[in-house]
Design a protein around this ligand. Structure first.
Ligand SMILES: NC(=O)c1ccc[n+]([C@@H]2O[C@H](COP(=O)([O-])OP(=O)(O)OC[C@H]3O[C@@H](n4cnc5c(N)ncnc54)[C@H](O)[C@@H]3O)[C@@H](O)[C@H]2O)c1
Length: 244
Protein backbone atom coordinates (compact mmCIF):
# COMPACT_ATOMS: atom_id res chain seq x y z
CA UNK A 1 0.00 0.00 0.00
CA UNK A 2 1.18 3.55 -0.74
CA UNK A 3 2.33 5.81 2.08
CA UNK A 4 -0.45 7.88 3.59
CA UNK A 5 -0.80 11.52 4.61
CA UNK A 6 -3.53 13.34 6.54
CA UNK A 7 -4.77 16.78 5.41
CA UNK A 8 -7.24 18.75 7.54
CA UNK A 9 -9.71 21.23 6.07
CA UNK A 10 -9.46 19.32 2.79
CA UNK A 11 -13.02 19.93 1.52
CA UNK A 12 -12.29 23.24 -0.20
CA UNK A 13 -9.85 26.07 -0.78
CA UNK A 14 -6.19 25.64 0.11
CA UNK A 15 -6.75 22.27 1.83
CA UNK A 16 -8.45 20.78 -1.25
CA UNK A 17 -5.51 21.91 -3.43
CA UNK A 18 -3.05 20.36 -0.94
CA UNK A 19 -5.00 17.08 -0.88
CA UNK A 20 -5.10 16.87 -4.70
CA UNK A 21 -1.41 17.83 -5.01
CA UNK A 22 -0.28 15.21 -2.46
CA UNK A 23 -2.48 12.53 -4.03
CA UNK A 24 -0.78 13.45 -7.32
CA UNK A 25 2.57 12.91 -5.57
CA UNK A 26 1.43 9.30 -5.00
CA UNK A 27 0.30 9.41 -1.39
CA UNK A 28 -2.96 7.93 -0.10
CA UNK A 29 -4.58 11.10 1.27
CA UNK A 30 -6.88 11.02 4.29
CA UNK A 31 -8.85 14.23 3.81
CA UNK A 32 -10.45 15.52 7.02
CA UNK A 33 -13.11 18.19 7.30
CA UNK A 34 -15.94 19.16 9.59
CA UNK A 35 -18.28 18.79 6.59
CA UNK A 36 -17.92 15.85 4.20
CA UNK A 37 -19.98 16.88 1.11
CA UNK A 38 -17.07 18.96 -0.24
CA UNK A 39 -14.68 16.10 0.39
CA UNK A 40 -16.94 13.62 -1.37
CA UNK A 41 -17.13 16.00 -4.35
CA UNK A 42 -13.30 15.98 -4.54
CA UNK A 43 -13.33 12.16 -4.51
CA UNK A 44 -15.98 12.06 -7.27
CA UNK A 45 -14.18 14.67 -9.40
CA UNK A 46 -10.84 12.87 -9.23
CA UNK A 47 -11.45 9.09 -9.19
CA UNK A 48 -7.84 8.69 -10.37
CA UNK A 49 -6.54 9.96 -7.01
CA UNK A 50 -6.39 8.01 -3.75
CA UNK A 51 -8.48 10.30 -1.52
CA UNK A 52 -10.26 9.01 1.61
CA UNK A 53 -12.84 11.40 3.17
CA UNK A 54 -13.34 11.69 6.94
CA UNK A 55 -15.76 13.93 8.88
CA UNK A 56 -14.18 15.30 12.08
CA UNK A 57 -14.13 18.51 14.12
CA UNK A 58 -10.41 18.79 14.80
CA UNK A 59 -11.02 20.96 17.86
CA UNK A 60 -12.88 18.10 19.57
CA UNK A 61 -10.50 15.78 21.45
CA UNK A 62 -12.83 12.74 21.38
CA UNK A 63 -13.56 13.24 17.67
CA UNK A 64 -9.83 13.42 16.90
CA UNK A 65 -9.22 10.17 18.83
CA UNK A 66 -12.02 8.44 16.89
CA UNK A 67 -10.66 9.81 13.59
CA UNK A 68 -7.20 8.35 14.21
CA UNK A 69 -8.71 4.94 15.08
CA UNK A 70 -10.33 4.95 11.63
CA UNK A 71 -7.09 6.05 9.97
CA UNK A 72 -5.14 3.36 11.87
CA UNK A 73 -7.58 0.71 10.65
CA UNK A 74 -6.88 1.77 7.07
CA UNK A 75 -3.23 2.83 6.92
CA UNK A 76 -0.35 1.60 9.05
CA UNK A 77 2.19 4.07 7.64
CA UNK A 78 0.97 7.65 7.87
CA UNK A 79 4.13 9.60 7.06
CA UNK A 80 2.85 13.17 7.13
CA UNK A 81 0.23 15.50 8.54
CA UNK A 82 -0.89 18.83 7.07
CA UNK A 83 -2.70 21.04 9.61
CA UNK A 84 -4.62 23.27 7.24
CA UNK A 85 -8.13 23.63 8.75
CA UNK A 86 -8.71 27.09 10.13
CA UNK A 87 -11.47 29.59 10.87
CA UNK A 88 -11.33 33.36 11.16
CA UNK A 89 -13.87 34.84 13.59
CA UNK A 90 -14.40 38.49 12.72
CA UNK A 91 -15.64 40.10 15.93
CA UNK A 92 -13.71 43.23 17.01
CA UNK A 93 -11.73 42.61 20.22
CA UNK A 94 -13.96 44.89 22.34
CA UNK A 95 -17.03 42.89 21.33
CA UNK A 96 -15.54 39.41 21.21
CA UNK A 97 -17.43 36.84 23.26
CA UNK A 98 -15.62 34.16 25.22
CA UNK A 99 -17.41 31.56 23.06
CA UNK A 100 -16.07 33.10 19.84
CA UNK A 101 -12.54 33.36 21.25
CA UNK A 102 -12.68 29.72 22.37
CA UNK A 103 -14.11 28.55 19.01
CA UNK A 104 -11.27 30.09 17.00
CA UNK A 105 -8.53 28.94 19.36
CA UNK A 106 -10.09 25.44 19.57
CA UNK A 107 -9.95 24.86 15.83
CA UNK A 108 -6.80 26.75 14.86
CA UNK A 109 -4.51 26.08 17.80
CA UNK A 110 -5.88 23.19 19.91
CA UNK A 111 -6.88 21.30 16.75
CA UNK A 112 -3.40 21.74 15.30
CA UNK A 113 -1.85 20.46 18.53
CA UNK A 114 -4.27 17.51 18.97
CA UNK A 115 -3.73 16.34 15.40
CA UNK A 116 0.06 16.79 15.68
CA UNK A 117 0.20 14.84 18.95
CA UNK A 118 -1.90 11.96 17.58
CA UNK A 119 0.29 11.78 14.47
CA UNK A 120 3.58 11.99 16.37
CA UNK A 121 2.55 9.27 18.84
CA UNK A 122 2.13 6.91 15.89
CA UNK A 123 5.43 7.86 14.26
CA UNK A 124 7.29 7.42 17.57
CA UNK A 125 5.40 4.17 18.23
CA UNK A 126 6.59 2.60 15.01
CA UNK A 127 10.10 4.15 15.24
CA UNK A 128 9.79 5.75 11.82
CA UNK A 129 10.11 9.22 10.38
CA UNK A 130 7.43 11.82 9.76
CA UNK A 131 6.78 15.39 8.73
CA UNK A 132 4.19 17.96 9.77
CA UNK A 133 3.31 21.16 7.91
CA UNK A 134 0.91 23.61 9.55
CA UNK A 135 -0.72 26.46 7.66
CA UNK A 136 -0.25 29.78 9.43
CA UNK A 137 -1.03 33.26 8.06
CA UNK A 138 0.61 36.60 7.42
CA UNK A 139 -1.56 37.74 10.34
CA UNK A 140 0.80 35.85 12.67
CA UNK A 141 3.28 38.63 11.88
CA UNK A 142 1.12 41.58 10.78
CA UNK A 143 -2.41 41.36 12.28
CA UNK A 144 -5.37 42.96 10.52
CA UNK A 145 -7.79 45.39 12.12
CA UNK A 146 -10.20 42.62 13.21
CA UNK A 147 -9.50 38.96 13.84
CA UNK A 148 -7.65 39.14 17.15
CA UNK A 149 -8.27 35.48 18.02
CA UNK A 150 -7.20 34.43 14.52
CA UNK A 151 -3.99 36.48 14.67
CA UNK A 152 -3.19 35.10 18.13
CA UNK A 153 -3.91 31.52 17.06
CA UNK A 154 -1.71 31.80 13.95
CA UNK A 155 1.16 33.32 15.94
CA UNK A 156 0.65 30.40 18.33
CA UNK A 157 1.03 27.96 15.43
CA UNK A 158 4.38 29.55 14.55
CA UNK A 159 5.83 28.93 17.99
CA UNK A 160 4.07 25.56 18.38
CA UNK A 161 5.93 24.60 15.20
CA UNK A 162 9.30 25.64 16.62
CA UNK A 163 8.64 23.96 19.99
CA UNK A 164 7.53 20.67 18.38
CA UNK A 165 10.43 20.76 15.90
CA UNK A 166 12.84 21.00 18.81
CA UNK A 167 11.11 18.32 20.92
CA UNK A 168 10.40 15.82 18.13
CA UNK A 169 13.45 16.34 15.89
CA UNK A 170 15.40 13.62 17.73
CA UNK A 171 12.46 11.26 17.05
CA UNK A 172 12.70 11.83 13.30
CA UNK A 173 9.76 14.22 12.98
CA UNK A 174 10.20 17.49 11.09
CA UNK A 175 7.72 20.30 11.75
CA UNK A 176 7.37 23.39 9.54
CA UNK A 177 4.90 26.18 8.82
CA UNK A 178 3.70 27.57 5.51
CA UNK A 179 2.44 31.16 5.59
CA UNK A 180 0.02 31.95 2.75
CA UNK A 181 -0.68 35.49 1.66
CA UNK A 182 -4.17 36.58 0.70
CA UNK A 183 -5.52 33.69 -1.39
CA UNK A 184 -8.90 33.77 -3.14
CA UNK A 185 -10.93 31.27 -1.09
CA UNK A 186 -14.12 31.27 0.97
CA UNK A 187 -12.34 32.46 4.10
CA UNK A 188 -11.36 35.99 2.89
CA UNK A 189 -14.37 36.14 0.52
CA UNK A 190 -16.55 36.35 3.65
CA UNK A 191 -15.24 39.90 4.18
CA UNK A 192 -13.68 41.04 0.87
CA UNK A 193 -14.97 41.70 -2.65
CA UNK A 194 -13.43 41.59 -6.12
CA UNK A 195 -11.96 45.10 -5.79
CA UNK A 196 -10.06 44.08 -2.64
CA UNK A 197 -8.51 41.10 -4.41
CA UNK A 198 -7.53 43.19 -7.45
CA UNK A 199 -5.92 45.85 -5.23
CA UNK A 200 -4.06 43.25 -3.16
CA UNK A 201 -2.77 41.53 -6.30
CA UNK A 202 -1.54 44.88 -7.69
CA UNK A 203 0.29 45.60 -4.42
CA UNK A 204 2.23 42.33 -4.61
CA UNK A 205 5.73 42.41 -6.13
CA UNK A 206 4.79 39.51 -8.46
CA UNK A 207 1.59 41.31 -9.52
CA UNK A 208 -0.78 38.53 -8.48
CA UNK A 209 -2.02 36.75 -5.38
CA UNK A 210 -0.83 33.36 -4.19
CA UNK A 211 -3.12 30.54 -5.32
CA UNK A 212 -4.11 27.41 -3.40
CA UNK A 213 -1.79 25.46 -5.75
CA UNK A 214 1.17 27.75 -4.86
CA UNK A 215 0.65 26.80 -1.21
CA UNK A 216 0.24 23.11 -2.06
CA UNK A 217 3.53 22.98 -3.98
CA UNK A 218 5.43 24.36 -0.98
CA UNK A 219 3.75 21.77 1.27
CA UNK A 220 4.65 19.03 -1.22
CA UNK A 221 8.31 20.12 -1.16
CA UNK A 222 8.44 20.29 2.65
CA UNK A 223 7.09 16.73 2.95
CA UNK A 224 9.60 15.40 0.40
CA UNK A 225 13.06 13.92 1.11
CA UNK A 226 14.54 17.06 -0.50
CA UNK A 227 13.48 18.95 2.64
CA UNK A 228 15.02 16.45 5.06
CA UNK A 229 17.29 19.11 6.67
CA UNK A 230 14.46 21.61 7.13
CA UNK A 231 12.59 21.85 10.43
CA UNK A 232 11.23 24.53 12.74
CA UNK A 233 10.92 27.02 9.85
CA UNK A 234 8.21 29.22 8.36
CA UNK A 235 7.92 29.69 4.58
CA UNK A 236 5.98 32.67 3.29
CA UNK A 237 4.18 32.03 -0.03
CA UNK A 238 2.53 35.37 -0.72
CA UNK A 239 4.00 36.90 -3.87
CA UNK A 240 6.46 39.00 -1.86
CA UNK A 241 4.07 41.37 -0.09
CA UNK A 242 5.19 40.25 3.37
CA UNK A 243 8.95 39.82 3.62
CA UNK A 244 10.23 38.49 6.95
N1 LIG B 1 -7.31 32.26 2.05
C1 LIG B 1 -6.44 33.10 2.60
O1 LIG B 1 -6.29 34.27 2.21
C2 LIG B 1 -5.55 32.60 3.72
C3 LIG B 1 -4.45 33.40 4.09
C4 LIG B 1 -3.64 32.96 5.12
C5 LIG B 1 -3.89 31.76 5.75
N2 LIG B 1 -4.97 31.01 5.38
C6 LIG B 1 -5.18 29.75 6.08
O2 LIG B 1 -5.25 28.68 5.15
C7 LIG B 1 -6.03 27.63 5.69
C8 LIG B 1 -7.08 27.20 4.69
O3 LIG B 1 -7.98 28.28 4.52
P1 LIG B 1 -8.84 28.54 3.21
O4 LIG B 1 -8.50 29.89 2.75
O5 LIG B 1 -8.72 27.39 2.27
O6 LIG B 1 -10.29 28.63 3.90
P2 LIG B 1 -11.64 27.81 3.69
O7 LIG B 1 -12.59 28.41 4.65
O8 LIG B 1 -11.98 27.79 2.24
O9 LIG B 1 -11.28 26.31 4.11
C9 LIG B 1 -11.11 25.92 5.46
C10 LIG B 1 -11.59 24.49 5.59
O10 LIG B 1 -11.42 24.10 6.97
C11 LIG B 1 -12.59 23.38 7.36
N3 LIG B 1 -12.80 23.44 8.80
C12 LIG B 1 -13.23 24.51 9.53
N4 LIG B 1 -13.35 24.17 10.82
C13 LIG B 1 -12.99 22.86 10.91
C14 LIG B 1 -12.93 21.95 12.00
N5 LIG B 1 -13.28 22.32 13.24
N6 LIG B 1 -12.52 20.68 11.75
C15 LIG B 1 -12.20 20.29 10.49
N7 LIG B 1 -12.24 21.11 9.41
C16 LIG B 1 -12.63 22.39 9.64
C17 LIG B 1 -13.72 24.07 6.60
O11 LIG B 1 -14.90 23.27 6.56
C18 LIG B 1 -13.08 24.31 5.25
O12 LIG B 1 -13.26 23.22 4.38
C19 LIG B 1 -6.63 28.16 7.00
O13 LIG B 1 -5.86 27.71 8.10
C20 LIG B 1 -6.49 29.66 6.84
O14 LIG B 1 -6.44 30.33 8.08
C21 LIG B 1 -5.80 31.40 4.37
Amino acid sequence: MSKAVVVTGAAQGIGAAIAVCLAGDGYRVHGVDIATPGLEARVTERPDLDLVPHACDIGDHAAVAALWEKIDADSDTVVALVNNAGIFGRQPALEMSVDEWDRVIAVNLRGTFLMSQAFARRVVGRGGEGAIVSISSGQAYRPGSTGVAYAASKAGISNLTRALAREWGPSGIRVNTVVPGLTDTAQPRAAKGDADFVAAAAANPIGRLSTPEDIAWMVSFLLSPRASAITGQAFVVNGGRLML
